[in-house]
Design a protein around this ligand. Sequence first.
Ligand code: HEM
Length: 310
Amino acid sequence: MSIMYAYDVTTKDDYLIELAEKQSALLAFAVYPGVSLLHVFPVLRFLPAWFPGAGFKRHALKCRKIALEICDVPIDIVQKQINDGTAAKCVTVEFLETCQSKDGLAAITGAAASAYGAGADTTAASIKIFFQAMAMYPEVQCKAQKEIDAYIGSERLVSFDDRSSLPYVEALFREVMQWRPVAPLSFSHANSSDDTYKGCFIPKGTTIITNIWAMAHNPEKYLNPDVFNPDRFFNEKGQLNDDDVYYIFGFGRRICPGRHVASTTVWLAIVNVLQSFDIQKKRDSSGNEIPVDGGYTDGLTMYVPSLHTA
Ligand code: HEM
């Protein structure tokens, strides 16, 4: 929000955040083949919304309303700030100041909303997964904190320049991404021409789902993939291996364009929290630790249910 719109979120019930969360809740399952007859019989899209059985259409209209709000509300705020002379430096201000054509405005609005819609929730979900993992695996947390303390001490706060000097934190970051990839089935793609893969003919236009969850949990690549274990990212010489788990950001032309921002943001959140806090299990009234539910949701974006508000 601050990169795109110079908008600082200061409360938990921020309207724009609520919008992003509502959008992901609505889209969570709608995008996958099989959730509606419409995916099998596209002709059903011509049914009017009031028609019995056309619930998919009413759902789509709700999604559209929110998608348009996500586009328009923040850009209107920025426009107003530009007019008042109070706009701070951010991507949309930079663009809007140089381009005022109708097409340009539509492109800026769409690009900024893509980053906001696709980036806010995924980043937040990854950070929540980090909190869940630290509460479940205190020994991992302790090892990472020792690395930070040994390298940085307590005289200054950790910064992005320290990234390459903190290999265990890097491995922990990769493990957060691999243990619970927040976009487990990515976005659906379609092939633009006929193709044959391992003897299987795939006609042009076929919906192709990349199962990132299966890749991240492939036991041939990751021993005991359900156990949170950053050590899997070190080779026998004790150096970080070259598995940077970037497949969790998708593939090809449609690969996540926000992956560098995402990696930086999540890494910074992890390392700053680890340097300053201890994450512990909740305790009951007698002071006994309450076991952490290691559960997660499915859908377009994966969440830790106990930390999810939408
Ligand atoms: C941990 C955080 C994130 C994860 C795991 C993630 C993952 C993904 C994945 C798997 C895709 C689908 C790629 C494909 O179709 O092959 C995607 C698409 C996308 N992501 Fe991210 N993302 C994250 C954060 C962000 C951020 C911070 C931004 C923007 C600043 C962003 C913007 C986008 C956009 C615009 C698309 C759609 C690209 C297209 O369809 O052409 N994402 N992301």
